[in-house]
Design a protein around this ligand. Sequence first.
Ligand code: SF4
Length: 765
Amino acid sequence: MNDPSTPRRYTVAVRALCEFTAKAGDLDLRFTPSPTALEGIAGHAVVASRRPAPYEAEVSLSGQFGQLLVRGRADGYDPAANRVDEVKTYRGELAAMPDNHRHLHWAQVRIYGWLLCQERGLESIELALVYFDIGSQRETVLVETRDAAWLRAHFEDHCRRFEAWAEQELAHRAARDAALSALTFPHAEFRPGQRHLATSVYRTARDGGCLMAQAPTGIGKTVGTLFPLLKACPGQALDKVFFLAAKTSGRALALDALEQIGAAAPAARPLRTLELVARDKACVHPDKACHGASCPLAQGFYDRLPAARSAALEAGTLDQDRLRTAALAHQVCPYYLGMELARWADVVIGDYNYYFDLSAMLHGLTLANQWRVAVLVDEAHNMVERSRRMYSAELDQHSLAAMRRDAPALLKKPLDKLNRQWNALWRDQEDSYAVHETLPDGFVNALQQATSAMTDYLAEHPTEVHGALQDFYFDALHFGRIAELFGPHSLFDVTLDAGRGQKTGARLCLRNIVPAPFVRPRLKLARATVMFSATLNPRPFYADMLGLPEETAWIDVESPFEASQLAVRVASHISTRYRQREQSLAPIADLIAAQYARQPGNYLAFFSSFDYLRQVAALMAERHPGIPFWEQSRGMEESARTAFLGRFTADSAGVGFAVLGGAFGEGIDLPGRRLIGAFIATLGLPQINPVNEQMRERMQQTFGAGYDYTYLYPGLQKVVQAAGRVIRTRADSGVVYLIDDRYARNEVRRLLPDWWDVRRATSAS
Ligand code: SF4
């Protein structure tokens, strides 16, 4: 945003300037979704290729107005015709485009027109809005001619309307940076390990790049990462810090840490913090659609936005409740107000997907505005699994069939064609699951035609409600986008649906296995990225999966805990393998009972599945009826989860039975007497099934580590997370039983934390 060498200059992109000054009227998402990024690029290339030489594509332009530097890239200039093109790709019916979109496009091309006139000494110029229909490849061109004086006045008018805001932003930035320079650590001293973490984070912000920080629970990771990044903001001219979390609890910790930092340094109050939540959580009218004719908070949204934006930014910290209150005070949608405020906030807290998914808003804004950002990724061991989901897509043929039954007549033909191509994919398939090397062109084309037809239909009938059609449409669009990016990082698999011995359809999945090609460019875009977690071991696994840049720094922060705090016992006389499960039930129940008798208190016992859990629980009730225990159940509601955790009190005693990798395997905090031990009756290895076996093969081909990357490392990561529930503070002590003979093996033992004192448990223990 600001050039550090000339701090009194405010740089703004042409698009951002116009969005600020020229957007008016309703929020209207009916004309979306827009073409994919690749379609957009291809559309621009088609238009440029149709223009005669010496056509200039992508002309970089800039202009000054007072302290404002306005810059951008015009799509094309034809010197022979003296015409500047602003190209907009679209799908659907152009006439359905809301007027305020058109108004915004004119504002943009007129600003480019002036910047060209100024740069090339032109007296007038032809301005062309080129609407390019992705489906038909046809152009609709709207043209006007303006003289330089008119365009200059237009440019200055927009700059003037933005000037006061820019002035305010410069003042805010100066105050923010002064406050952050003076920031002091919010506690009397660093906790053990916290200083190591904080200095490493600071160095990463200073030098740029990526840091992987394995840091144990209890050292204050959130303050230990946020504080040094905030400190680094002024010196490194960082525009924003993004704190990305996998869960709501991570967002809450970040808000709390910022509160502590702010409380210790009241001068840091100018910091603007924003919490982003998903649209379904933020929406005030879930029964309505996001356009002015349906939702009152979308109607006149842009007219009320300036006042709402100014008032909201005054609040400083905008968690989801404050954001909602601020939005409703001005009758605008809280979700879309949050999207707008992300442009102006200093710290944005949200889910991973706001930066990492394919059309991530924070990533898009960073690119468009050339922000210098620092990205913090909390509980980063989740990134592998979460990224895979972001870059995967699934389509179900039964959903197509159900939707087709009630689909408008116009759509039947393309949907039937899609269905025929779909059938051709599995007609000769014998096994219930099969992987294809490539995506067949026939299917991809039929899918494209069907989505185009649905886009046109939905754009032409914006007020009709088509639940099943829309659901399938969005799934199909997503599938199409992921299909464009298909490569060796993903599998294309077909799973048959069968009923009464007959094949009835198939589910198609573009299943991302290695998210690295998608994650890496996002890491490279940020000035600094810090990923932190208690379990980032082994390093090559995370480096390969996430595509970490070669120069990534790694630290392993020493644990603040003593080995004497945690007794780790390996029960190697028991095997939890599926075929020995029956024989393992009684020894596990007896082991739990023996430990409980020795030291009554609260324990968690983890199993690989609900079945296994129930079998041991049944035997426990029979053999040791005096020991209280309670069980996790499948799909537990929030209230039931709270009740489960509520049984762990400082005065209670009993055993909570849970599934490893489930709701109680990580992210829960039961310090002191609330939890004194854990039994882990599994290695956490993912189930052997056709999908995982395909993944293993791909991992073997790509990294030469099929079993480790597919089964062993993800399994042990869950084990270490679950065991990490026992010791939360330096005052805690407890015991962990690792139940399986494979825990005695070296390749497994080396994946356990260094500070653990691992010993063999005897069958009597
Ligand atoms: S309140 Fe809900 S329906 Fe209305 S604009 Fe916001 S997200 Fe859309």
